[in-house]
Ligand binder design. Structure first.
Ligand code: FE
Ligand code: MN
Length: 360
């Protein structure tokens, strides 16, 4: 079927059948090569919706006041345990954000074929830049020696182990990998699962919880606020990667067998084990009502929510959330006013959509 558009003295003939064929050729991987980046017709509507939400959540680190944090950091009221949590938070996330961004740009965005997926992934990578920038802002505001952060990343074994756990899933997956091979499809699915559900979805939540626990007790209001913005972004990243994983599997069902499912659950078990070791390094002694034992239970709880989110069996069915207040603080929808002012300033469109996280 052809449709003719006449504009002035020029006539354009558009072929409806070809447009439909282009739509049908869209897929997560092995779809029509589309360097031309033609978003329409949209097939992965959810990706475009997440992109819109991400855009509306835009923030910049410099918007956040650090005065109080600086006073506290230089004052005498904090315990060494509290300072240590901040150091671990800054040390871990400074490079972890970069690892996530790198994996998007060099692996996931390279190999997916539908342009609307590339669009959302490009924004995701940019948000990792914002997060990395926010850590730079914290480091410079508090006057922490940047080499100290780098040293943490290279010398603390539990941080090194977490990083190796994720980066080893990206090494074989670069632009020219043959994704018609089911083994490579599994590698990609595993990479998307590890980054979205194990790392951003689970391993980030130990420190998020500790820093928000300090924030809740009126410590580091600026840092706490930046972590809340970051967390709101992370909930979109987790959802983006969850959808990507589900559609990739849905389009390549030959990989979704018992053996592969078990392998993914075992991978999550490994992520949880590494996170618990890390939590013990962050909280070697109890700090202000926080114990590593409760944080470990919290990680078990979150990991099971992530597994369920992608149709996998939980490891500890029935486990409860030891920090109900954290769920409250992370559910930004309930505190729209907290963000409204800033969000409005960046927002160009008329619809106000707060982070659509039913998050933990
Ligand atoms: Fe991030
Ligand atoms: Mn992220």
């Amino acid at each position: 079927m052809e449709k003719t558009f006449t504009i002035g003295h020029r006539t354009f003939v558009l072929d409806q059948d070809k447009a439909e064929a282009a739509f049908a050729a869209k897929s997560v991987i092995n779809g029509r090569k589309s360097e031309a980046f033609n978003l329409l017709p949209l097939k992965y509507q959810w990706a475009y919706e997440i992109y819109q939400t991400m855009k509306q959540n835009h923030w910049e680190p410099e918007d956040i006041q650090m005065q109080k944090d600086i006073e506290q950091w230089n004052g005498t009221e904090l315990s060494e345990a509290e300072r240590w949590i901040i150091r671990m938070g800054i040390g871990y996330f400074s490079a972890a954000e970069g690892i996530v961004g790198d994996n998007i740009l060099h692996v996931v965005r390279e190999v997916v074929t539908a342009p609307e997926l590339k669009l959302a992934l490009g924004r995701h990578a940019h948000e990792e830049n914002i997060h990395a920038d926010s850590l730079l802002y914290m480091i410079s505001s508090l006057g922490i020696n940047p080499h100290e952060c780098e040293a943490m990343f290279e010398q603390i074994p539990t941080i090194k182990a977490k990083n190796e756990f994720v980066t080893k899933t990206s090494h074989d997956l670069r632009r020219d990998v043959d994704l018609t091979d089911p083994e490579n499809k599994k590698k990609l699915a595993r990479n998307i699962f590890v980054f979205g559900q194990c790392m951003e979805g689970t391993q980030f939540y130990g420190l998020f919880g500790m820093i928000l626990s300090l924030y809740r007790q009126n410590m580091f209001p600026g840092i706490g606020q930046m972590f809340r913005y970051t967390l709101r972004d992370e909930s979109n990243h987790i959802e983006l990667f969850r959808n990507l994983f589900m559609d990739l599997v849905g389009e390549n069902m030959e990989i979704w067998n018992d053996e592969f499912r078990q392998e993914l659950v075992d991978t999550m078990k490994e992520a949880v084990r590494l996170e618990k070791d890390f939590i013990n390094d962050c909280l070697p002694v109890g700090a202000l009502g926080m114990s590593s034992k409760e944080f470990c239970q919290y990680i078990d709880y979150i990991a099971d929510r992530r597994l369920e989110g992608v149709g996998l069996t939980p490891i500890n069915p029935g486990i409860s959330n030891p920090f109900p207040w954290l769920a409250e603080m992370m559910d930004i929808k309930k505190e729209a006013n907290f963000f409204e002012q800033r969000v409005t300033e960046y927002r160009k469109s008329s619809a106000l959509v707060m982070g659509d996280d039913d998050d933990l």
